[in-house]
Design a protein around this ligand. Structure first.
Ligand SMILES: *[C@@H]1O[C@H](CO)[C@@H](O)[C@H](O)[C@H]1NC(C)=O
Ligand SMILES: *[C@@H]1O[C@H](CO)[C@@H](O)[C@H](O)[C@H]1NC(C)=O
Ligand SMILES: *[C@@H]1O[C@H](CO)[C@@H](O)[C@H](O)[C@H]1NC(C)=O
Ligand SMILES: *[C@@H]1O[C@H](CO)[C@@H](O)[C@H](O)[C@H]1NC(C)=O
Length: 437
């Protein structure tokens, strides 16, 4: 029993192998059958249709699996893509049953006609794209070509909402030849979005939220040329910019409001305000590196920083004015200061007296010099006495009574409230604009 069975199995096995060889299940026989080994120019260069009026439909698929870079200044973005194009070759088909069920075969690129499709927005050199060395040929004549690689494409970006912006970039496929080729999508946008999301290899500043596919036409001289448009929606993750730029600017503004409460030490108040302004200019420099100078509409973040800068500059000027007014009050221009007036009068007299008497005779000049010396020591004494008197006059009651001081306080209080209200209104307005994308 056992031996018989074994013999039967061995026999059937041998038949199978023998039969296989006899039928020739190699790709080579199919290759020969399709007359691909006899490569003719017409096979490679001419569009493979039996009736020239039949258009060749090229179906395109694109999956984005990495966002390498988005360059706002150059208005380009670089993505890792995987692309496949599929079309039909009407001359190359076979019956799989006659060839051991071979239903797909790899044929070297260059042995068959390939449509010349290009990407309108592409700015990368072709070295970055890797094309499959073989085209996949299906038994019904469908040919698939694969390509993967880095695609650098131009994209007009709108940076109005800058750190919370969403960019929609197009990658559109079109044929070089104006006739005979139609372009269609192989899969719909939701499928591609899903595929791209599951294969996404990068997790950087940008997040790809959607791929949508549109097909349309370009018109050149009344000739309609098909165009397949992949619209990629990229969303920026704004946290870094909020922490690095928007929040510090906001805090500087709050600090500036805080400086109004440092009223007495005027020098410190001014220098603090100047320091805050300088810190903002550093932030503005950082911002200048990111934003393109060519944008038509001023980005909100630029508006935000420039208005904060102006508000703080305004408050700095107000602080200067107030300190100037207070200084006006604390020095001269009062009814009382008899000693200081005397001093100025004697000072005025002294230089006038010197030249008039020095000119005639030198002997008299010596005597006058002694008198001058006496006069100078007198002046010195007077000045010293004035110096001792002035602080005692100013410190107790005069500051409150001084006209300019009172004016300064009024201006300071009014400006403070106007400033606070302006800040609140401005912040509410700009954050409303920002969030209502
Ligand atoms: C190649 O094809 C041409 C025309 O189809 C034919 O005349 C020629 O014999 C073929 N050569 C071979 C080697 O099959
Ligand atoms: C080619 O296609 C056109 C339009 O489809 C048709 O009118 C014509 O008869 C076809 N020619 C042949 C030889 O099949
Ligand atoms: C991208 O394609 C869409 C749909 O065709 C079009 O409406 C839009 O203007 C294109 N955007 C750019 C920047 O070309
Ligand atoms: C993506 O596709 C997978 C498998 O087909 C499915 O399980 C998943 O729910 C899809 N996700 C979305 C967001 O459509």
């Amino acid at each position: 029993m056992w031996e018989q069975r074994a013999a039967v199995t061995v026999f059937t096995l041998m038949v199978c192998v023998w039969g296989g060889v006899a039928e020739d299940c190699s790709y080579a026989s199919l290759f020969k059958h399709l007359n691909l080994n006899n490569k003719t120019d017409s096979q490679v260069h001419l569009r493979p249709v039996r009736n020239w009026t039949t258009p060749t439909v090229v179906r395109v698929n694109m999956v984005v699996y990495g966002i390498i870079e988005v360059n706002e200044k150059a208005q380009t973005f670089t993505v890792q893509t995987w692309r496949s194009t599929e079309w039909k070759n009407e001359f190359l088909s076979w019956d799989p049953k006659r060839f051991c069920g071979i239903w797909v075969m790899g044929v070297p690129r260059g042995m068959m006609w390939v449509p010349d499709i290009y990407i309108h927005e592409d700015t990368s050199d072709n070295g970055a794209t890797l094309y499959s060395r073989h085209l996949q040929l299906l038994y019904d004549g469908s040919v698939t070509s694969m390509a993967k690689g880095e695609l650098k494409a131009i994209c007009q970006m709108n940076l109005y909402h800058f750190p919370v912006d969403v960019q929609r970039c197009n990658i559109s496929f079109g044929p070089f030849s104006l006739f005979g080729i139609a372009i269609a999508q192989l899969s719909d946008g939701t499928f591609l979005t899903n595929l791209s999301e599951t294969h996404m290899a990068t997790n950087g500043e940008w997040e790809m939220t959607r791929i949508a596919v549109y097909s349309g036409f370009d018109t050149y001289n009344e000739i309609k040329v098909p165009r397949l448009n992949y619209q990629i929606t990229l969303k920026r993750r704004p946290m870094l910019y909020i922490i690095n730029c928007i929040l510090p600017l906001f805090y500087f503004l709050m600090l500036d409001v805080g400086t109004f409460f440092i009223s007495e030490a005027r020098g410190e108040k001014l220098s603090l305000k100047v320091t805050l302004l300088l810190s903002i200019s550093v932030l503005l420099l950082i911002l200048q590196d990111i934003l393109p100078s060519t944008s038509d509409q001023l980005p909100l973040i630029a508006l935000y920083s420039i208005i904060i800068f102006s508000l703080m500059a305004l408050s700095l000027m107000e602080a200067m004015l107030v300190s100037f007014l207070i200084d006006l009050d604390s020095c001269p221009a009062k009814p009382e200061p008899a000693p200081s007036c005397v001093v100025t009068e004697t000072q005025m007299e002294a230089p006038q007296a010197e030249p008039s008497e020095e000119k005639p005779e030198e002997e008299q000049g010596e005597k006058e010099a002694h008198q001058d010396l006496f006069l100078l020591t007198l002046i010195l004494k007077e000045v010293k006495s004035v110096r001792q008197e002035v602080p005692s006059e100013v410190s107790p009651g005069d500051r409150k009574l001084g006209f300019y001081s009172r004016l300064a306080v009024k201006i300071d209080v009014t400006f403070f409230w106007v400033y606070v209200i302006a800040n609140v209104l401005f912040l509410v307005y700009i954050f409303a604009l920002w969030t209502l994308v």
